[in-house]
Design a binder for this molecule. Structure first.
Ligand code: DC
Length: 223
């Protein structure tokens, strides 16, 4: 069975960056499961499918016309042969994703697609339920978090770097509201797996977090 490292955690905890770095260091494949929910939300909108039409969304999820291609170290995501890598990261598409992600039949339909990413030599999978639902047998599960204030600060700096204005207090509120929704949703709620290693990155650099995870992987003889 292919080894999997799962990295779950709340919004803006740095999962994506850390997962990419860990996968790069190990030479393993990467699954950004949030991108699948984002792709489905975007595809549904493009196809004129309502975000509460479960049967139609399930059909779209099964046939998502998506390809992942690596170009100059960056992941390029093609939906119906169109590069959607940038639009996928927008708040608007995040909102579409969060609406389809609460539907259990949709989550079930995306399950096989997520599992198919587990190919040798190994997979690093990031999301909300990688360790608790999708890859329950993973030999290393990470639950990555940081205080709401620190996550808001990171998001603020990202937005500023991209030339967007932002209000720090509003971002803290937004992150608290999203945590509340993620933790309390009835379907695949965000929580650490019982056997997860919990890492609070509030006072850690990205390098610190990556090295900590690689240490855990070495201890388990995964690398
Ligand atoms: O991590 P992200 O912002 O790209 O996730 C987009 C949305 O999908 C967000 O609402 C959480 C949801 N999601 C999920 O329910 N389960 C996952 N494994 C990954 C993301």
């Amino acid at each position: 069975m292919t080894a999997v490292i799962t990295i779950d955690g709340p919004v803006s905890s740095g999962k994506g960056t850390v997962a990419r770095r860990v996968a790069g260091a190990l030479g393993w494949h990467l699954l950004d499961s949030g991108a699948l929910y984002r792709l489905l939300g975007l595809h549904a909108r493009n196809c004129g499918v309502a975000l509460d039409d479960e049967p139609a969304l399930v059909a779209l999820a099964r046939e998502l016309p998506v390809r992942f291609r690596e170009a100059q170290g960056e992941m390029v995501i093609l939906l119906q042969d169109q590069d959607v890598s940038d639009i996928l990261r927008t708040e608007e598409v995040g909102e579409l994703a969060s609406r389809v992600a609460v539907l259990q039949p949709v989550r079930d339909a995306l399950m096989a697609r997520q599992k198919a990413f587990a190919e040798p030599p190994g997979l690093v999978a990031d999301g909300r339920d990688m360790g608790t639902v999708v890859f329950t047998g993973a030999p290393l599960k990470i639950y990555l978090t940081a205080s709401a204030e620190e996550r808001a600060r990171r998001r603020y700096n990202q937005l500023k770097d991209k030339g967007f204005g932002a209000n720090l207090a509003a971002l803290v509120e937004d992150i608290r509201a999203r945590d509340d929704r993620d933790i309390n949703r009835p379907v695949a709620p965000l929580r650490p797996a019982d056997d997860a290693v919990q890492i609070d990155s509030t006072d850690m650099s990205v390098d610190d977090v990556v090295n900590r995870i690689l240490d855990e992987a070495h201890q388990r003889q995964l690398a």
